[in-house]
Design a protein around this ligand. Structure first.
Ligand code: SF4
Length: 320
């Protein structure tokens, strides 16, 4: 059966103390084209067990991702390292906000062990923001990449990192560990940063992606935005141009969904044909790969997309 997950939480725990006194934002009814699979399969239960047994967090659960039923059935989980508490307070994000605990030095090995148990050919690792750490957590990312390489040498690794704002040397540390894909999401257009992503700076995020290519031009880079937050079409075009100027290979565009009434409202549900138009334009602007659909998320189908990304680069090289 196909159902629509209602991610609007009735949980009374204060995951977002900074948002508690905000007025409730209106909650728009989801349109027919937002349909997701219920998380009830045997594969889902098995993935959940492996995640729990290894004491890990996933962004699939923490962010209330609508694709969890589909992904976990195939044992595709995205691990969220460095704890479940984020030092930022983005208006779109359901990850808990607060002061995080100390880093768990055994976590990289447990992530590698869970990757092996899930039998993943491609793994995506993301994290909370750790502005409290001198290196923003870059060393822990690098340690996790190395642990996975040692335990699962054939598994390809994609990292989805924070912006490492004001953390000199952090991007270099992560890139030196040689992930196969370096992803950092812009999340939204520049005009929405102050309301949607107030702790971040658009230029710094573009510069991070550009820096990865300077360090290693062969490393695939990837970035994504959500639409439906009130952005204009021309602003999405501008983001595409800025990402191409930074040499980014892979663009993802998905519909923003509101986690709770205290989060940013959905200004608009963008219809599937507009996603298709964005995809066509993005390919014309030179991206090697584009995924644009209402339920596109950075890590959705990441394994299949990585294979397509490599094939697209080979084809581009052959064309000369
Ligand atoms: S799309 Fe990504 S975050 Fe969502 S369930 Fe799938 S792997 Fe997890």
């Amino acid at each position: 059966m196909v159902v629509v997950l209602d991610a609007i939480s009735s949980d009374k725990r204060s995951r977002h103390p900074e948002k508690a006194h905000r007025a409730d934002a209106p909650v728009a009814k989801k349109p027919d084209w937002i349909r997701v699979k219920a998380p009830v399969s045997k594969g889902y239960a098995e993935t959940q067990r492996i995640v729990r047994d290894n004491g890990l967090h996933t962004v699939c659960e923490e962010a209330g991702c609508p694709n969890i039923g589909e992904c976990w059935e195939k044992k595709h989980a995205t691990f969220m390292i460095m704890g479940d508490t984020c030092t930022r307070a983005c208006a779109f994000c359901n990850v808990k906000t607060g002061l995080p605990s100390a880093l768990d030095v055994a976590e990289p090995v447990r992530v590698a062990e869970a990757t092996a148990k899930l039998g993943l050919a491609h793994i995506v690792i993301t994290s909370v923001d750790r502005d409290d750490l001198d290196d923003g957590g870059a060393g822990h990312f690098a340690a996790t990449i190395r642990a996975i390489r040692a335990r699962c040498p054939t598994t390809t690794i994609e990292v989805l990192t924070p912006d490492f704002l004001r953390k000199d040397g952090a991007v270099e540390t992560v890139a030196a560990a040689k992930p196969d894909v370096f992803n950092h999401n812009l999340e939204t257009v520049p005009s929405k940063y102050l309301t949607v992503r107030p702790g971040a700076r658009y230029f710094a995020s573009i510069r991070l992606l550009q820096r990865v290519k300077e360090i290693d031009p062969t490393m695939f880079t990837k970035s994504g935005i959500m639409v439906g937050l009130g952005e204009e079409r021309n602003e999405v075009m501008q983001v595409m141009d800025d990402l191409r100027a930074a040499g980014v290979d892979f663009l993802t565009i998905g519909q923003y969904l509101q986690p709770t009434r205290k989060h940013h409202e959905v200004v608009r549900f963008v219809p599937p044909e507009e996603f298709k138009a964005y995809e066509t334009i993005a390919y014309a602007k030179g991206f090697l790969m584009v995924s644009a659909s209402p339920l596109t998320r950075s890590s959705h189908h990441a394994g299949e997309d990585f294979a397509r990304l490599k094939a697209a680069r080979h084809a581009a090289h052959r064309r000369g």
